[in-house]
Write a protein that binds this ligand. Structure first.
Ligand code: 3UK
Length: 502
């Protein structure tokens, strides 16, 4: 992993390095109302850093819980915390008091910066007394800024000091905190965006993932800053308002999840998307049917990429002529990947096994015994079942614990979903294994219909027949349930465990 472009000085503050990227007069961040040039963003960050070290009296290595929807102010707070030598602990806007309390306790936070509109949930969360006493709502913070000096010397941190604790979205169990160094932040800026995305100074980045999710933190803030480009940070984007915002801001690069691209494809013709050059899909598997409908609607070839909070960002991806239908791609330069069987031995092409990844970033849980489940002999086990082909392309099959075993057959739910999504009546679907006396599990599809279709037994039978026509008949969903919407996380991931208990 000793790529020359991934060597950084031993003394490194990543935010100091990132904020040096842009021309002072170039727009760095744009929000719903405001837009700040690089010079203005730097001043804002520096003033917030002064508040953190002055009135808030925080010391190097202290941890600051951050909370707010995507906006220039939220971005400036994250950057200021890191520039001031503190550790950022960003939290997803939709988290409730119970989850926030678990995070505040686990990370032993010393202070809180929180947007005013998320105040209630924060106040009802259990938290260390010191943090409760050292909390500023954004309006209070903003009131303190004019009195602060506009220049702050970045705290002299080491390349391997922790600067970020990012919590996993945690569909099951207590959320896990993953620790990342200043160097890791630079590494992700110099891997995927350079080799796969080929970002440029003139790019305008837009998308939905929260800055509290490393997909969003990288794609919507760190990557644009690294090349001196512009980040558009908007909250509460729906497929429709995102399309509108792409048109208005003339965005060139978009980051969002597959489900959002599916809905955008259906509406794309109503907008001028001629500025768009690259669209990145991550968070969950991109079904070929979604890739195709997006291409038909926009002429763009989707860039699929798998990332993980543990590895900070995307480590397998491909773009342009390198992309292969059905494959996530190849390891991003700097990373290595292979497929292991259940005993930890590598398997060859064409065999499904556990995805293992090694590279310049990796999993470091904050005091969690699950560390040894994720890292084995230096390989990160992401919990995904993958297959590799003879040319080294990696194909997603399912989460390892989501493989359906029915009457002795191994069935990957996403393969059945991919077929169902090609039926004109199906807008969204999730396929799970449902406990069954006779077969152990049966394949069950949860289907959201497109407008104009009625949930009838006849349609269910048609869908079953449709699947049987296209893949091995034993994979067809013996049970079909119609729903109004699928349960999803804030990061766009299907919550399969909720489908299992319905
Ligand atoms: C799944 C994918 C198939 C996969 C993330 C980009 O999703 C991110 O991080 P999380 O920690 O989840 C990791 C897990 O999500 N997944 C993500 N992308 C894909 N599965 N194809 C994909 N393209 O199960 C993985 O193990 O929430 C994504 C950048 C940063 C991230 N943190």
């Amino acid at each position: 992993f000793d790529l020359p472009e991934l060597r950084y000085p031993q003394r490194l503050n990543c935010v100091a390095m990132l904020l040096d990227g842009g021309a002072p007069e170039q727009v760095a961040v744009r929000g719903a109302q405001e837009q700040w040039t690089y010079a203005q963003l730097r001043r804002q960050v520096d003033r917030i850093a002064h508040v953190l070290r002055g009135p808030m009296a925080l010391e190097t290595g202290n941890r600051v819980l951050l909370r707010g929807a995507n906006s220039p102010m939220m971005a400036a707070c994250i950057l200021a915390v890191i520039k001031a030598g503190l550790i950022a602990v960003p939290t997803m806007p939709l988290l409730r008091a119970r989850e926030l309390g678990a995070i505040a306790g686990k990370a032993q936070v010393n202070a809180v910066l929180c947007a005013d509109n998320l105040r209630d949930e924060m106040e009802s969360a259990e938290q260390p007394a010191a943090a409760r006493a050292n909390t500023l709502w954004f309006s209070e913070l903003e009131a303190l800024l004019p009195a602060q000096p506009a220049d702050f010397d970045a705290v002299d941190t080491s390349a391997d000091d922790v600067c970020l604790i990012s919590f996993t979205s945690g569909t099951t169990g207590i959320p896990k905190g993953t620790m990342h160094f200043h160097r890791d932040v630079m590494v992700i800026c110099d891997c995927f965006p350079r080799s796969v995305l080929q970002t440029r100074r003139g790019d305008i980045f837009i998308g939905t993932p929260p800055l509290a999710f490393t997909f969003g933190l990288g794609g919507l803030l760190l990557f644009p800053l690294r090349v001196g480009a512009t980040a558009v940070l908007l909250e509460k984007l729906t497929p429709e308002t995102l399309l509108k915002a792409i048109e208005t801001h003339r965005a060139t690069i978009c980051f969002t999840a597959p489900t959002s691209y599916r809905q955008m494809a259906a509406l794309a013709s109503q907008f001028d998307l001629s500025s768009l050059q690259k669209t990145v899909s991550a968070g969950e598997a991109l079904p070929p049917a979604t890739r195709e409908s997006w291409h038909q609607a926009t002429g763009l070839r989707m860039i699929d990429g798998i990332g993980a909070t543990e590895l900070l960002h995307i480590f397998i991806s491909s773009s342009g002529d390198q992309a292969r239908p059905g494959a996530t791609g190849m390891p991003v330069p700097g990373y290595q990947a292979c497929i292991l069987d259940w005993d930890g031995n590598p398997v060859g092409p064409g065999v499904i096994g556990r995805l293992a990844v090694k590279g310049p970033t990796g999993c470091r849980y904050l005091a969690d015994e699950r560390q040894s489940d994720y890292v084995l002999n230096g390989w990160n086990l992401t919990g995904d079942a993958y297959e590799m082909d003879a040319d080294g392309y990696f194909y997603y099959r399912s989460r390892t614990d989501d493989m359906i075993i029915s009457a002795g057959y191994n069935i990957a739910g996403p393969e059945v979903e991919e077929v169902l999504l090609r039926h004109p009546a199906v807008a969204e679907c999730g396929v799970i294994g449902k406990a069954d006396q006779e077969r152990g599990q049966i394949v069950e599809a949860h289907v959201v219909l497109r407008a104009g279709y009625a949930a009838t037994p006849e349609l269910a039978a048609q869908l079953q027949e449709f699947v049987k026509q296209q893949i091995a008949p034993y994979k067809y969903p013996r049970s079909i349930k119609f729903l109004d919407a699928l349960p999803r996380t804030e990061t766009g991931k299907l919550q399969r465990f909720k489908l299992r208990t319905e």
